[in-house]
Design a protein around this ligand. Structure first.
Ligand code: 0CG
Ligand code: SF4
Length: 345
């Protein structure tokens, strides 16, 4: 019988060390996709092209997209942002923001003798068209969205007599319809996917024959940014979302991070708004940005974090995005006319 050799019990010195959070390298988990969506890219370029083509000022009704930096940058280039088309002097051009406008706004512009460039995102226009179609079929339309948001005001304006707003599951109790067999739900494009499904489930409990929209109203960009945030949420102790306080899709990203279990998540417009105290005990910082945020602002946050030891950056990629939209038709038409003139010269 051979001698049995006992394996020595691991001593504290020989045991594999489990690094404490403080010893682990600090890192940033950078979400992809993040930042500009196709609708924002198109709208911002449209303002720039209009400025180039017609010269300053170019009037824009409402913030072209909900981002402070974008608005300030375009203001410096000669854009003038107004709350209503009625504020624009006759004979000028007014642009409509990516969030869309009600038909009454087009009428106001016509009455005010304004030329218009409509930068409404085509994915918002799609929801407008759905609203018109169901209203023509005399459906009661339950529009899930946030009260007072520009997009909801625009969509509701397509069929004010047929649309009622449902602002979350807690609103469902008060919903009343004329005929429960002719009800459809639509939604704002920038909502939380999970919260919207909760609202839909509550609506379905109340109206079992509730019809769903023919395709997703919550847009691809909103969905993709929320999926990426969820993916990095499990690995980060802090999430920073770059975005403005009035940006629905950006706010939703912070909420999604918190719901996914991140201890702390914040929305900042600029790196200078980050509080050093947020980093206490944090090894992994999740970073993303809303659909209206230029990437230069994310790069500034990355620099800020690198200066504080968070120099390793890992990309957490959950989707590829390739969608692009052509410029608003008014601008394409004029751009073509201008090009034709240039050829003649
Ligand atoms: O997310 P919302 O609808 O508030 O708009 P934002 O301008 O931030 O981004 C997308 C668009 C339009
Ligand atoms: Fe269009 Fe979606 Fe971007 Fe809004 S967030 S502009 S709906 S692509």
């Amino acid at each position: 019988m051979g001698r049995m050799t006992a394996t020595p019990a691991p001593t504290p010195e020989s045991a594999p060390a489990t690094p404490s959070a403080a010893d682990r390298p600090k890192r940033v988990l950078l979400a992809a996709p993040r930042g500009y969506c196709a609708g924002v890219d198109r709208a911002v370029i449209a303002v720039e092209k209009a400025l180039e083509q017609y010269g300053a000022p170019v009037y824009v009704r409402h913030e072209i997209v909900h981002n402070k930096y974008v608005v300030q940058t375009l203001e410096r280039k000669g854009a003038i942002f107004v709350d209503q088309a009625t504020e624009v002097p006759p004979g000028n051009i007014v642009m409509f923001s990516a969030h869309g406008v009600a038909p009454t706004v087009h009428e106001e512009a016509r009455r005010g003798r304004l030329a218009t460039i409509d930068a409404t995102c085509p994915l918002v226009t799609k929801v407008h068209k759905e609203a018109v179609r169901y209203a023509n079929e005399d459906f009661d339309i339950l529009l899930i969205g946030h009260e007072g948001h520009e997009e909801v005001i625009g969509t509701s304006g397509e069929a004010p007599d047929h649309i009622q707003l449902v602002d979350g599951p807690e609103d469902v109790a008060k919903v009343e319809v004329r005929d429960p067999s002719k009800v459809v739900w639509l939604s704002q494009t920038t909502l939380s996917v999970d919260e919207t499904m909760e609202t839909v489930d509550a609506l379905k409990d109340k109206f079992p024959q509730l019809l769903s929209p023919p395709s997703d109203d919550i847009c691809y960009a909103t969905q993709n940014r929320q999926t990426a945030i969820k993916e990095l949420a499990g690995q980060a102790e802090l999430v920073i979302v770059v975005g403005s306080k009035n940006s629905s899709n950006s706010i939703r990203m912070v909420e999604v991070a918190k719901q996914a279990g991140v201890p702390a998540a914040y929305l900042v417009d600029f790196a200078s708004e980050i509080d050093e105290a947020w980093l206490e005990g944090v090894t992994s910082v999740g970073l993303s940005s809303g659909a209206s945020v230029p990437d230069v602002l994310v790069q500034e946050v990355l620099e800020w974090l690198a200066q504080r030891g968070y120099a390793d950056v890992e990309l957490v990629k959950t989707a590829d995005e390739h969608l692009t939209f052509s410029l608003p038709k008014e601008l394409r038409r004029d751009l073509r006319a201008e090009a034709a003139e240039l050829v003649k010269e």
